[in-house]
Design a protein. Structure first.
Ligand code: CTP
Length: 455
């Protein structure tokens, strides 16, 4: 009996998939089809798969060509399967030509002509329409963001706005965008969704205006610096049936989601303490330290540790204590925060003028989880137990600048096929409340004057 194996995502099952399976089956007597899991697709950079694994398996089954269906969930599985099932022929479409030649060591490799004019990517675009993105701001974050858009299907960058037109022009030209403007109406004309990458204290104004113009909004963190503003924005978005997403990249990273799920699964027992630190030395006079733009360590970096704390311990904390090291202008160069919960504690260290070890430690009654800097771009983490033999290490993909994950979640939410919620409105509102607490003159804080030394 000649055994054939093939693999794919088989998303939005189409004619190309059907013809591939039909010809694969005809190559032998017994066909095995491997269908990829969502996590594996994400890990290999295939974002925005619409159908669930069960639906995709069901579609393959309905063709009647597969004698056996497998789930593919890790790198290296293909070779394992080829050996385990004693495969004679490995086959995939010609878009993969040459990529699997090294399997010839184990079996015959056949690339079948790909059916022209159809693909899941194309169908995703047709079924859901392309998100036409207008970008507000052309600074450092926007520069990093633009190249990441190309990795997500169903979205296209159309135009850049900056009141300083020269800056918009420069970024537009560098990314081959034809439209750049210093008039926001022009941006609205070309876009149905807006990404806000402007200074913190402009977010509220831009986001509200964009929502009132009927645009979906993806806004850099911190979304806003006041709780009532966050509530108002989410209220408008809901009323107008628009998507409002806070672009806190960590929340959307596959490794981070995995870490949070494991931490909450009870593996390390009840979580009693979360310590999270993030420091990044910047020069005096840098954008991050501009007082008039609400710069400083906490507004710049505080969202990352707070995100982990809120995910693990919730947003109903009992008390907060800030210790703040400020420069002559009152901008914080280093901030420590102690947060008390009913049955847990959390602490944060963020700094633009002090360098600490930037790790994340989650302590539970049964063990701890540790992720080292840059844990906010989660690539790996460990679980430590009393019995060290039980210790475990986890690895995850974090591709490029990692912004593609939040972009993908934004597109999926707009198109209504987002089943996973990476960041809730409640978490975004709680983050803005915390920013407000920090910036509020009346909040009790221990203030320590600190000279900014050269770095
Ligand atoms: N395939 C094909 N003809 C097409 C599309 C896909 O023969 N027009 C084949 C692929 O080469 C692969 C299998 O079908 O062997 C599963 O492909 P998959 O990656 O799931 O489908 P695509 O439509 O290529 O998906 P995407 O657009 O997301 O890359």
């Amino acid at each position: 009996m000649k055994k054939v194996i093939t693999y794919g995502s088989f998303d939005l099952f189409h004619e190309g998939h059907y013809r591939l399976l039909q010809r694969a089956k005809a190559l032998g007597d017994y066909l095995i089809v491997g269908v990829t899991t969502e996590q594996y697709d994400e890990a290999r950079g295939k974002l925005n798969v619409v159908d669930s694994l069960m639906e995709r398996i069901d579609h393959v089954r309905q063709t009647g060509f597969a004698d056996k269906i497998l789930i593919e969930d890790h790198v290296g599985q293909k070779v394992e399967d080829i050996q385990k099932y004693d495969i004679d022929i490995f086959t995939v479409g010609s878009d993969w030509a040459g990529k699997f030649d090294h399997y010839r060591e184990y079996c015959e490799v056949i690339y079948l002509e790909r059916t022209k004019g159809i693909s899941s990517t194309m169908l995703r675009g047709q079924n859901f329409g392309i998100v036409r993105l207008g970008i507000i701001g052309s600074g450092r974050i926007a520069k990093r963001f633009l190249p990441e858009i190309k990795y997500v299907s169903g979205i296209h960058a159309e135009a850049i706005y900056n009141p300083h037109i020269e800056s918009a022009k420069e970024l537009a030209e560098a990314n081959e965008l034809e439209i750049y403007t210093d008039k926001i109406e022009i941006l609205y004309e070309h876009a149905n969704a807006i990404y806000i990458a402007a200074p913190h204290n402009t977010h509220y104004g831009y986001a509200k205006d964009a929502l009132l113009h009927g645009k979906h909004v993806l806004c850099e963190k911190p979304l806003v610096l006041k709780e009532r503003e966050a509530k108002e924005l989410f209220g408008i978005a809901k009323e107008k049936n628009l998507v409002l997403t806070e672009a806190l990249k960590t929340a959307y990273a596959p490794g981070f989601a995995k870490m949070i799920t494991i931490a909450k699964s009870g593996n390390i027992g009840r979580i009693v303490d979360v310590e999270a630190a993030f420091t990044k030395l910047v020069g005096e006079g840098g954008r991050e330290l501009k007082k008039e733009e609400n710069g400083g360590s906490f507004t710049e970096l505080g969202s990352y540790p707070l995100l982990v704390i809120f995910k693990l311990l919730g947003t109903d904390y009992q008390s907060v204590k800030f210790t703040v090291f400020v420069n002559a202008e009152g901008v914080d160069l280093y901030t420590k925060v102690d947060i008390r919960y009913k049955k847990a504690v959390a602490s944060i260290k963020v700094g633009l003028g002090v360098k600490t070890e930037g790790n994340l430690i989650i302590s539970g009654t049964n063990g701890n989880m540790v992720a080292e800097a840059p844990w906010w771009m989660t690539k790996n983490f460990e679980i430590h137990y009393e019995d060290t033999e039980q210790n475990e290490k986890f690895f995850a993909k974090y591709a490029g600048q990692g912004l593609r994950y939040e972009i993908s979640a934004f597109v999926a939410q707009i198109n209504g096929y987002q089943k996973k919620i990476f960041m809730t409105d409640k978490e975004s509102i709680a983050l803005s409340r915390f920013m407000e607490l920090f910036l509020d003159e009346k909040t009790e804080k221990e203030m320590i004057y600190m000279e900014k030394e050269r770095c």
